[in-house]
Design a protein around this ligand. Structure first.
Ligand SMILES: [Ca+2]
Length: 254
C-alpha cells in the first residue's frame, strides 16, 4: 500500500514536469491476471472471462472480441481482447468433450476442462493463409510488462508454433505438439506491449494434409513491473516531488 501511494505521487509529478511519461492506469494492478477462459463451462471465480463460441457452420476466417477485461483482483482494466482464427471452421465444446488440459496450479479445474476447437476442414494451406490462432490484447497499460500463459487442449491434431508477434522482451518460440497439447504450458516472461498491444500467434507448424484441429483452452496475462528503467524513472520523479514538497513546506513556514 505504501509503495503504491508513492507511485501515485510520482505520477502527479510526471504529469506536470515530465510530460513524456505515460500516466499510470489506476485500473491495472501489479500481480493481477486477466484470464480468457475459452469454452462453454461457466467459471465462477472472479476475474475469469468466458469466451464461448456458438457451434454454427463453417467460417473461413473467424473473429470474436471482448472488451474492458476484468482482472483477477476484480478490477476492470479497460483492455480488450480479440481472437482471430485463420483458415478454419468453428465449433465449441464444453467440459464433456475432448478439450481438456491437465490441471494447472492456481487455475480452477472448471477453466482447464473446457475449450474451443477449430478445424480447417481439409483446406490445408490453400490460398496461402496459415491455419491457426491470433490472440490480440489491446489498450494494455504500457507502464507494465506482462507474463503470459497459453494452454491448448486434448485433441489438437497437429503442431502449433506459438510466439509473441507484437510486444518485446521475450522472443521465445514455443511449439505445442499434438502429443503434448494436454500437458504443455507455454509461457513468456515480462513481455512489454508495443503501443499498448500484445499479439500472440499460434500457427499450425506440422503437416497439414487432410483435416486438422486446434483446440484452445486458456490464455492469461499477468501485470508485472518493468525491470530497471521504470524503477529508475519513478525514483527520479519521487526525488523531484520530494524536493518540491520540501521547498513548499519551507516557504509556508516562513
Ligand atoms: Ca477453458
Amino acid at each position: 500500500m505504501k509503495f503504491y501511494s508513492i507511485r501515485t505521487l510520482a505520477l502527479t509529478a510526471s504529469a506536470a514536469m515530465l510530460p513524456a511519461l505515460t500516466p499510470l492506469s489506476a485500473a491495472t494492478v501489479e500481480g493481477a491476471s486477466v484470464y480468457i477462459d475459452f469454452g462453454s463451462t461457466l467459471t465462477p471465480e472472479a476475474g475469469f472471462t468466458e469466451l464461448s463460441v456458438a457451434a454454427t457452420g463453417a467460417v473461413a476466417f473467424y473473429e470474436q472480441s471482448l472488451s474492458n477485461l476484468e482482472d483477477s483482483a476484480g478490477n476492470l482494466t479497460g483492455s480488450s481482447f480479440l481472437l482471430n482464427v485463420s483458415n478454419g471452421t468453428r465449433n465449441v465444446a464444453g467440459s464433456n468433450s475432448s478439450n481438456d488440459h491437465d490441471p494447472v496450479p492456481g487455475i480452477p479445474v472448471s477453466a482447464t476442462t473446457d475449450g474451443i476447437w477449430f478445424n480447417n476442414q481439409n483446406t490445408g494451406t490453400a490460398g496461402g493463409e496459415a491455419f491457426g490462432f491470433t490472440l490480440t490484447f489491446s489498450d494494455l497499460d504500457d507502464n507494465y510488462a506482462y507474463n503470459i500463459m497459453v494452454l491448448m487442449g486434448d485433441g489438437t491434431t497437429t503442431d502449433f508454433l506459438w510466439q509473441i508477434a507484437t510486444g518485446s522482451g521475450d522472443p521465445d518460440s514455443i511449439t505445442i505438439t499434438s502429443s503434448d497439447a494436454v500437458s504443455a504450458v507455454a509461457t513468456w516472461t515480462s513481455v512489454t506491449p508495443t503501443d499498448g498491444t500484445i499479439v500472440i500467434t499460434g500457427l499450425a507448424a506440422g503437416p497439414l494434409a487432410g483435416s486438422n484441429t486446434g483446440r484452445l483452452n486458456l490464455v492469461s496475462l499477468t501485470a508485472v513491473n518493468i525491470p530497471e528503467t521504470s524503477s529508475a524513472t519513478y525514483g527520479i520523479a519521487a526525488l523531484i516531488i520530494a524536493s518540491l514538497f520540501s521547498r513548499k513546506i519551507y516557504r509556508r513556514k516562513r
